[in-house]
Design a protein around this ligand. Structure first.
Ligand SMILES: *Cc1c(COP(=O)(O)O)cnc(C)c1O
Length: 400
């Protein structure tokens, strides 16, 4: 079957909740993916940063295969021999006291919200059912009804009401607005250190540090959504570390899987995750031995193969090269590590046509919102491969 035949089947039988590029991928390795017609592309999206370690990383693949032959699911009704080791390794790597495993980013955020509310009632002493959580305009934290409650994107919310009470929205990057939004019922501030879906929006220098200070002063949990920015994407293990900020709660997902098997986690102090007792929260697949074995190896290769340093070094190089491209279409280029947004001028006619032109030249990326091209290649990319990509990006940004 060829590309058009696969697309026709998908259009008929699969819900149309995405607008993908018309490329049907059948196999992949490292930074490269191959379509059913035999064409080769460089992956410049990395499945929204779920593939930081590159496609089908051989070490993670091997662990997945081995573990799949041993035991894949016990449920948390029984224990397994992978969960304790992932918990310890993750806490040792990140410096947190405890973790709670889930499957998707959305579930990790839901878990963080639940933990914050329960912490508010049992530790901070907030009156029953009156906890408030502060969130930022332009956020993306997932797709559940509670989470889209505080989305400011009409497309994500339309038709899904009624929504969940207890959330307050403030502008992103405005620490004074945070201070003003806090009252005696505020239990947490939930923030992305860089807003990925919103167009790789980096807040003003010092914002996270100020927000951290305000949260500490008011006994409010600082909760970072590092699902997309974490695990090396911005050139550090966590993006908050660029400002030396240590959140009370961190949600991770995406690259924790190495792209192999859905797995996410919440990291926090014992005071916070300790609010959960048996029965108060759970997931059938959360903490399953296959996911835990995969996540353990995904973290190991990230660290041992120097991918975080590679992201920092090549990210600087790539950003510098992109910023020197003199294209009439480009408003500005911003980024940290290998997480870069090319913001196009309104008159450029939208980012989609540039992504389609790049696809034509063998480079796969995705517009985010209407006017931003997001570049987020796997962190295993080499300088030579980046140069190959840059040549094509330059050509496309120079077209009419
Ligand atoms: C992808 C993402 C999520 C949601 O993760 P899923 O695995 O798709 O549920 C949440 N927050 C951020 C910042 C993300 O990028």
């Amino acid at each position: 079957m060829n590309t058009q035949e696969y697309i026709a089947i998908e259009d008929q039988y699969n819900a149309h909740n995405y607008h993908p590029l018309d490329v049907v991928i059948s196999h992949a390795e490292g930074v490269w993916v191959y379509d059913v017609d035999g064409k080769k592309y460089m992956d410049f999206l990395s499945a929204y940063s779920a593939m930081n370690q590159g496609h089908c990383h051989p070490r993670i693949l091997k662990v997945l295969q081995n573990q799949a032959q041993k035991v894949t699911l016990t449920s948390r009704a029984f224990r397994n021999d992978q969960l304790p080791l992932l918990a310890r390794e993750l806490c040792e790597l990140t410096g947190y006291e405890m973790m709670l495993p889930m499957n998707s980013g959305t579930e990790a955020i839901e878990t963080a919200l639940k933990a914050a509310r329960k912490w508010g009632y049992t530790v901070k002493g907030v009156e029953k059912d009156s906890a408030e959580i502060v969130t930022c305009a332009g956020n993306f934290h997932g797709r559940s009804i509670t989470i889209v409650t505080f989305s400011t994107e009409e497309n994500y919310r339309g038709g899904y009401g009624p929504f969940t009470p207890g959330f307050v929205t403030i502008p992103y990057g405005d620490a004074d607005a945070l201070e003003a939004a806090i009252n005696e019922n505020t239990v947490a501030f939930l923030v992305e250190p860089t807003q990925g879906e919103s167009g790789v929006v980096i807040p003003p220098q010092g914002y996270l540090k100020k927000a951290r200070e305000i949260c500490t002063r008011h006994n409010v949990l600082f909760m970072a959504d590092e699902i997309q920015t974490g695990l090396g994407r911005t050139g550090k293990l966590f993006a908050c570390a660029h400002e030396g900020v240590r959140p009370d709660v961190v949600a991770i997902g995406k690259a924790l899987s190495g792209g192999f098997y859905p797995v996410s986690a919440v990291l926090a102090a014992r005071e916070v995750l300790g609010v959960f007792n048996p029965g108060s929260h759970g997931s059938t697949f959360g903490g399953n031995p296959l996911a835990c074995a995969v996540a353990r190896e995904a973290l190991k290769v990230l660290v041992e193969e120097g991918m975080i340093e590679n992201s920092a070094r090549l990210g600087d190089y790539f950003l510098g090269r992109l910023q020197r491209i003199e294209s009439d279409h480009v408003e500005l280029v911003r980024g940290k590590g290998l997480f870069i947004g090319v913001v196009l001028k309104r008159k450029a006619g939208g980012a989609r046509r540039f992504c389609e032109a790049l696809q034509e030249k063998g480079l796969l990326c995705k517009e985010t919102h209407e006017h931003v091209i997001r570049f987020a290649p796997p962190l295993v990319i080499t300088k030579e491969e980046l140069d190959w990509a840059l040549e094509r990006i330059e050509e496309v940004l120079m077209m009419d």
